[in-house]
Ligand binder design. Structure first.
Ligand code: BES
Ligand code: ZN
Ligand code: ZN
Length: 515
């Protein structure tokens, strides 16, 4: 999709999109800086279609012939007293959906109607994000389209499906006056963030037989090609062995696919220590010998979404030329019950020397993350953030709305909350205490990979991870098992039955502010 900002409200496009907020007292739409004819249209929409300016509301007037436009789409932003960037992001996705439903491929957006209701530059960013996020669709593997290149891939490639699908291709945000410089910057930022988020979704939606550990690593290398300041190193199995990644090797031992360790380094912050992101890149989780039940097991292709988010974050930071040093570490493996697989009761030594007995091979994410967190600690970073589809228990606790955050640091939590408030990716702090650490002590080894009881499974998992973070390094664990896919019922800009690309935007926001 091509989005541009333009001076002057007239364009050659046939369709105009106009925004209104809702006056909670009168229940009527509030509009600003629009022509008398458009005002009239809103009045009509209110009386004929009960349009109030509420979130997700639209009315489409075909052949309205107003202000030089043939068709007009009216869109609600929601309560005028609560016009958050998330409300605008949602409106962006609603615009996309409505125009698609009417088979409209190009439209002008009445920029003044939006900016007069919510003046911040981030309105431009949020609107573009909503449009671009809503446009994502995973169609690569439908036989008709299989030969065409995927959209995005984190590097702004053109969508080659344009001719086939009658979707929105061109959006002109038109303003009465000249668009401000910060608005173009906001637009560019939104384009990079959404391009990288859509790339992460694409990595996630690819099935396990395509998106193997080696392929995931190749995609990281490919995405970083030509991006200034971004370096990617990939370790193969021999190197992983040499580096004593006992957890990663143990989990990978049941699979015919070799593991990979992906290191992405971005330098934009001079000599200061990096912010480190660590991701679980489990390309398919069968559970291993502690095999999972068949129901919904296919969803375990998404068990690499934390790793994908880290790849997307590093590409985004580099493309944004963020003034920060960042390192992304992705541990990639399959979890399979092959002949050499890890068995319940087996003990291995992790990179930091701690011994771990494995009572359940399905609690594998923490085993591979253990080595990556140890390695991250050795880099002496400013902070470590990990993202992982770690536990089913977080879904029970938080559902598919909030990502669970585990950290002992109030200061780190404040930073995360602040970033989340900006991006709209919801987070919720969960307990991580000495009680949970107590629960993962081993019998014949230092640690056990599961706790004795079934309760507080997400917290004991976090306590396990903490054992591999060097003391004193600020660290937070993001359990994205509930938010990494299938959240469209909550967030209209997320695709149905697809990966969400969650945490890219929040991680970028976090890193940019980590000075
Ligand atoms: N990848 C799963 C967690 C998961 C489950 C994510 C369902 C999303 C939906 C993880 O590797 C796992 O299997 N965890 C176990 C841990 C248990 C054995 C302690 C779980 O949550 O059941
Ligand atoms: Zn598992
Ligand atoms: Zn898993």
């Amino acid at each position: 999709m091509k989005v541009i900002l333009k001076k002057g409200l007239r364009t050659s496009l046939p369709t105009l999109v106009v925004f209104a907020a809702k006056d909670s007292k009168s229940g009527k739409p509030i509009t600003e800086k629009i022509s008398a004819e458009l005002e009239q249209l809103f009045k009509m929409a209110h009386s004929d279609a009960n349009f109030s300016g509420e979130k997700r509301e639209t009315v489409f007037y075909r052949r309205a012939n107003v202000d030089g436009y043939t068709h007009v789409l009216l869109v609600g932003l929601g309560d005028s007293k609560n016009l958050t960037s998330e409300a605008v992001r949602i409106a962006g996705s609603v615009v996309y959906g409505a125009l698609k439903a009417h088979k409209i491929t190009g439209a002008a957006l009445h920029g003044d109607s939006l900016m007069s209701l919510r003046e911040e530059a981030d309105s431009i960013q949020a609107l573009t994000e909503g449009l671009e996020l809503a446009a994502y669709e995973f169609t690569d593997l439908k036989s008709k389209r299989a030969k065409e290149k995927p959209k995005g891939k984190g590097k702004g490639k053109k969508d080659k499906r344009a001719a086939e699908a009658p979707t929105l291709q061109q959006v002109t945000m038109a303003f009465g006056g000249s668009p401000k410089k910060e608005w173009s910057e906001a637009l560019r930022k939104a384009e990079i963030l959404t391009d990288c988020t859509n790339f992460v979704r694409w990595l996630g939606d690819n099935p396990g037989n395509f998106m193997t550990p080696s392929r995931l690593a190749q995609e990281a290398v490919q995405a970083a090609k030509g991006v200034a300041g971004l370096k990617v190193t990939v370790w193969n199995k021999a190197r992983i062995k040499k580096e004593r990644f006992g957890g990663l090797l143990s989990v990978a031992s049941g699979s015919a696919e070799e593991p990979r360790f992906i290191i992405m380094e971005y330098k934009g912050g001079g000599k200061s220590p990096p912010v480190c992101f660590v991701g679980k890149g489990l390309t398919f989780d069968t559970g291993g010998i502690s095999i999972k039940p068949s129901a919904a097991m296919e969803e375990m292709k998404y068990d690499m979404c934390g790793g994908a988010a880290v790849i997307g974050t590093l590409v985004a930071l580099a493309r944004l030329k963020a003034k920060v040093n960042a390192v992304g570490l992705v541990v990639a493996s399959e979890n399979m019950p092959g002949p050499a697989a890890l068995k319940p009761g087996d003990v291995f030594f992790a990179r930091n020397g701690k011994s771990v007995e494995v009572f359940n091979t399905d609690a594998e994410g923490r085993l591979i993350l253990a080595d990556a967190l140890s390695y991250a600690s050795e880099l002496k970073p400013k902070a470590i953030f990990d993202a992982a589809t770690l536990t089913g228990a977080i879904l029970i606790a938080l559902g598919n709305t909030h990502t669970g955050i585990f950290t002992r640091s109030d200061e780190v939590m404040q930073r995360i909350q602040k970033a989340s408030d900006v991006t709209g990716e919801l987070v919720w702090r969960m307990p991580l205490t000495d009680f949970h650490t107590e629960d993962i002590k081993g019998t014949h080894a230092d640690l056990c990979n599961i706790s004795g009881g079934r309760n507080a499974g997400s917290s004991t998992a976090a306590a396990f991870l903490e054992e591999f973070v060097a003391p004193g390094i600020p660290w937070a664990h993001f359990d994205i098992a509930g938010t990494a896919w299938n959240t469209s019922s909550r967030f209209p800009y997320n695709p149905r039955k697809s990966a969400t690309g969650v945490m890219v935007r929040t991680f970028v926001e976090l890193a940019e502010n980590y000075r």
